[in-house]
Design a protein around this ligand. Sequence first.
Ligand SMILES: *Cc1c(COP(=O)(O)O)cnc(C)c1O
Length: 387
Amino acid sequence: MSDDLINVMQPSLGERELAAVREVFESNWIGRGRRTAEFETRWAEHLGVGREHVVSVNSCTEGTFIAMELLGVGPGDEVVLPSISFVGVANAIASRGARPVFCDVDPHTLNPRVADIEAVLSPRTKAVVILHYGGHPGDVVAIAALCRDRGIKLVEDAAIAPDSRVDGQACGTFGDIAVWSFDHGKIVVTVDGGMLYVRDPELAARAPKVAYLGMEQRSGFDQAMRANTRWWDFDVTSFSRRSTTNDVLSAIGIVQLEQLPEFVARRAEVAAAYDEGFAGLAGLRRPPRLPAGHRTSHYMYWVQLAPELRDVIARDLYARGVYTTFRYPPLHQVPAYGWETPLPGSEAASARTLLLPMHQGLSDGDVRRVVDAVRDCVTARTTDLAA
Ligand SMILES: *Cc1c(COP(=O)(O)O)cnc(C)c1O
């Protein structure tokens, strides 16, 4: 195995982030303060929404748990999500005593179609949670319309869609609540962190309390608080956990967000080079084309292979120093969720799909190495299979 392994995902953190962290250290205010407020404001501007609708959290998963609480999801409720989803979403639903109901996905886009969601709605459906697979917006516009018509809340897990849009509107702003992730494997990286968007003004006003111990937000950083006597008094409005972040991580986030356009532009170049490099390659299917008006964040580049070859080719590529993976293994096959109905689209997708290295740190040489390795491995194994 080659010792210069090409990572499948990789953050870009450097001198600018270190300088921002140094500044926070020197300010002697490392907790939640000015930098966190600024990151929230910048994120709201990036989305094109009012600042009061955006709340920072310490992970996207925490954001999802908060979303379920804000929507009042509880025992007897059903929440629909694609089987190809991040495990934390199903946990957020199940932890409230509600039932995760898995819908199927299109086997090529790995996103659910409107019909997939409609097929599993019931009078108990309280909410639908979708993600934007690979960064592709998917049928979010039609799914949002369906949910509105049926009086069902829509949550967008926009973890991997920080810069995905439909006709200019940011993914995450089509539904009622959205969450983003800034963990080590995402595009905008704060090491760990997340953001929450809440459309309803009353729920948006509650969100910061749910994110902080169910308390009215009080901090010595707040000048108005310091003017009061006994700023240490508090009241509890829900039995919540502490899901807040801090200025060290938020300072990193501000610098990362500034670079998001460059990151996505480089990812687009990598995707275009892969598209060209794999054109006409027998045995490999490239990712679907984006519909007109859709913009992707290029979080993933996925190819599809014969099910009997996918794992073998992943190992061949690893031996050549190219690390690949598959996200997200189907949740309907995880026994803990107690699901029994087959979902053929999700099963086909999870047997065929392989994620190739995709990040802004890839050099042109890395991209060539990946293309050559994939072409060689697929050709060799496909010829074997045909023989
Ligand atoms: C990474 C990821 C999450 C979870 O994000 P964390 O910040 O690590 O909690 C949720 N959904 C999707 C689609 C993800 O890829």
